[in-house]
Design a protein around this ligand. Structure first.
Ligand code: ADP
Ligand code: MG
Length: 728
């Protein structure tokens, strides 16, 4: 009987690229499924339109009569596009998105029905949310949670359903989602950064962070995926010997895209563009069957929503092409895993990118001021930034010579480094006779734009300046990227608040504004030196050097997370009204629980597969060898038999050893889990899971992968790496 593996392999041979139909030219359908500003202009009265736009810009709430108008406009627009249902769309702490669809339809007493959607339904809903993680904030008997409309992120239509982006908070007001702290961090950053920017330009009244993410993922044929229970249940392979060839030749990176994958990407782009996700880039990544897509950057909140939506669309569109998308950070051992680079900057209402060096010394003065603040923020809160990307999957990637280490450092490139060095060498700015007030500014070195365009790239740095933005590279591919973003926004807000206080105090003491700014900037450049590193972050020397500098190196999630609930962190987030102690502690618990559960599931899958798939196969093959050896014994004289059967007997012995080891190690794994499961304290439980459960995986896998090489290929039940990784 053909095994599941061979049925799957046969199916993949029949696959052809699905033909992609472009509806028309992209500009015709771009954003057609979003309730964007141009649709609002068309559907709303002038007054209502301006009320919404101003709410988006200022964050003020919208009057009831306006929300009624917006709701009825949304309903009319959505129905014209074929929508029958609406839903509040939010990001609970599970990490994915949530939706509960309600029909527009309302029955009437005359037996007919009418579509109905009011302002009150737009602005607030009360889903029964008792099954979402809340970290103990909301016990099950108080199941109420509220979702509330976020007008800054456009509503959209997906599967005939009008989706309204919302925040999600508990009955008592604590946030239960990713969006709420993100929006609050943006407000904090706006306030702090605007204050600093106004030293340079009084026209600046608003600063907002921008994000351009790069999403990596793997594609695998759906039939092969279905034949790998580990992929189905954990998103990664728990076994699999390396393919003879994988990424050694670097022939996949930026290579010609395979037909089936290309058709998938084209389809994905069409769907993403309809939803207003500005996808621009697509290419092959380093590992075989690994790919990346990236949009134009947007304001952070919208970019995060678009990333969540894109991850959903990846999975949805893949099905049409008989693919499964793997968003796990490390689906295959031995080859690169997937990340999500976060390109982050800040923009002003005057259209300035605050991380773009200017053309004049004056602009560069502003640029180095912003830069020095970011350096200080990262220096001060490097551990928190590291914690913001901690997850079980990402632990397998950080520091594995394919992604940055767990040590956070900043790369600036030669040009910018030289500029900061020059500032360091400049004398302390002193007020002389009031004349040379502009002198220092004139001396701020200009950073040639052309050189910045080809900034020396350092692919090993976790936080790299890339010409006009920072690229935070340690984020995991499956993460809701709101988390690293709200942490980054908040630490920079905190630093800029401190900066302004220091500068204002000096001004009050009679120093000129420029002198005060210069002196504080210079002191920051010196004080933050330790966070800067221009060399190879993958090297062992750097880890030693980083330790000497006192930088944290929290290699895994249980080590990384506690900093979130430290006093320093609680006071930071409370001060900026991003999260309070209860919320932070709840999130900490949820994260730990998720970590524990993921390892628990993986341990079960690993144990089951080893016992039910691998061992019976190995024993079957072993019996065959034994039969064969017996047969030889019957037909050969004993001297020849001893000579010829040596190899055969050795293989039988080798298989027996692996089988015995696997059996024993899986039993130990189960015992370890039992012991860990009775622990009440989550912090401790996570550590015990890491040290006694997770730590046993590699050994078991080693034996299974050895068996894969010994056992007849025809019997092996699981699709092999060489089959999973090379798309036909
Ligand atoms: P790569 O890093 O792969 O070379 P690019 O540097 O071209 O790619 O850009 C990567 C991402 O950076 C894109 O999503 C782009 O939109 C984004 N990006 C460019 N400028 C900014 C900015 N000012 N703020 C945030 N993201 C930006
Ligand atoms: Mg990049």
């Amino acid at each position: 009987m053909a095994t599941f593996r061979f049925i799957a392999l046969e199916k993949t041979l029949e696959r052809k690229a699905v033909e992609v139909q472009y509806p028309s030219k992209v500009s015709d359908y771009y954003g057609s499924m979003t309730f964007n500003q141009s649709v609002m202009h068309e559907y709303l009265t002038e007054e209502a339109y301006h009320a919404v736009i101003s709410a988006i810009e200022t964050g003020e709430s919208i009057e009831r009569k306006v929300t009624d108008q917006v709701a009825s406009a949304m309903k009319a627009w959505a129905m014209a596009k074929g929508a029958t249902h609406y839903t509040h769309w939010f990001h609970p702490l599970t990490g994915s998105t949530a939706e509960k669809h309600d029909a527009f339809i309302n029955p009437l007493s005359n037996g007919k029905a009418l579509e109905h959607f009011q302002g009150s339904q737009l602005i607030q809903q009360e889903p029964d949310a008792s099954s979402f993680p809340s970290g103990g904030i909301r016990s099950t008997f108080e199941a109420r949670g509220y979702t509330a409309w976020d007008p800054t992120s456009p509503a959209f239509i997906l599967d005939n359903t009008l989706c309204i982006p919302t925040i999600f908070v508990s009955y008592t007001g604590e946030s239960l989602d990713y969006k709420t702290p993100l929006l609050k961090s943006m407000a904090a950053l706006d306030q702090a950064a605007t204050g600093v920017c106004r030293y340079f330009d009084k026209n600046i009244t608003k600063v907002y962070p921008t994000l351009g993410w790069e999403q990596e993922y793997f594609l695998v044929d759906e039939a092969l995926y279905a034949a790998r229970p580990d992929l189905v249940l954990t998103g990664k392979t728990v076994f699999g010997h390396a393919s003879a060839k994988d990424q050694q030749l670097s022939d996949h990176y930026f290579g010609t895209i395979n037909d089936r994958a290309l058709a998938f990407m084209q389809d994905l782009e069409i769907e993403a563009h309809k939803l207003g996700i500005p996808l621009k880039t697509r290419h092959n990544e380093v590992a075989p069957s690994q790919f990346e897509c990236a949009p134009m950057f947007e304001e952070v909140n919208v970019a995060v929503d678009h990333n969540q939506l894109l991850m959903h669309m990846l999975e949805k569109v893949a099905l049409k092409h008989h693919f499964k998308v793997l968003l796990h950070e490390k689906p295959y051992a031995g080859i690169n895993g997937s990340g999500k680079h976060n390109n982050w900057s800040m923009a002003t209402n005057t259209g300035v990118n605050l991380l773009a060096p200017g053309k004049t010394s004056k602009d560069n003065f502003r640029f180095v001021t912003i830069l020095a603040n970011i350096l200080m923020a990262v220096r001060e809160y490097e551990e928190l930034l590291r914690a913001s990307v901690a997850s079980e999957g990402n632990d397998l990637r950080l520091g594995a010579n394919e992604a940055p280490p767990a040590v956070i450092s900043v790369f600036l490139g030669k040009q910018v480094t030289e500029t900061l060095d020059e500032i360091e060498r400049m004398p302390e700015y002193k007020e002389m006779n009031g004349h040379n007030g502009h002198h220092v500014i004139k001396n701020i070195p200009k950073i040639p734009e052309i050189l910045l365009d080809n900034t020396d790239r350092n692919r090993t740095s976790p936080f790299a300046f890339t010409g006009n933005k920072f690229e935070f590279r340690a984020v995991g591919s499956s993460a809701n990227t709101a988390k690293p973003m709200f942490v980054l926004n908040t630490i920079v807000a905190e630093q800029m608040t401190k900066f302004k206080t220091e500068v204002d105090a000096m001004i009050e003491n009679g120093m000129s504004k420029d002198a005060a700014i210069f002196n504080v900037v210079k002191s920051y450049i010196i004080a933050s030196r330790d966070i800067r590193f221009e060399g190879n972050s993958y090297s062992a020397e750097w880890l030693e050097e980083a330790a000497r500098r006192g930088l944290s190196n929290n290699r895994n999630t249980p080590d990384a997370l506690p900093t979130f609930i430290s006093e320093k962190s609680v006071s930071l987030f409370e001060k900026h009204h991003v999260l309070n102690r209860t919320e932070l502690e709840a999130r900490y618990e949820i994260k730990l629980e998720k970590y524990i559960k993921k390892i628990q599931i993986e341990a079960r899958v690993l144990g089951d597969l080893a016992i039910n798939h691998i061992l019976p196969t190995a024993i079957q093959y072993q019996n065959r060898l034994i039969e064969n050896a017996k047969g030889l014994q019957d037909v050969l004289d004993s001297k020849t038999y001893v000579q010829l059967s040596r190899n055969q007997l050795n293989t039988i012995k080798e298989i027996s050893e692996h089988v015995a080891e696997i059996k024993e190690k899986v039993t130990e794994l189960i015992e370890a889990r039992k012991k860990a499961n009775v622990l009440e304290d989550l912090t401790k439980k996570a550590v015990v899971y890491r040290d006694t459960v997770l730590s046993r995986f590699a050994d078991i896998r080693g034996h299974v992968d050895k068996l894969e090489l010994l056992v007849d290929d025809n019997l092996w039940p699981l699709p092999k790496y060489r089959e999973l990784l090379f798309i036909k």
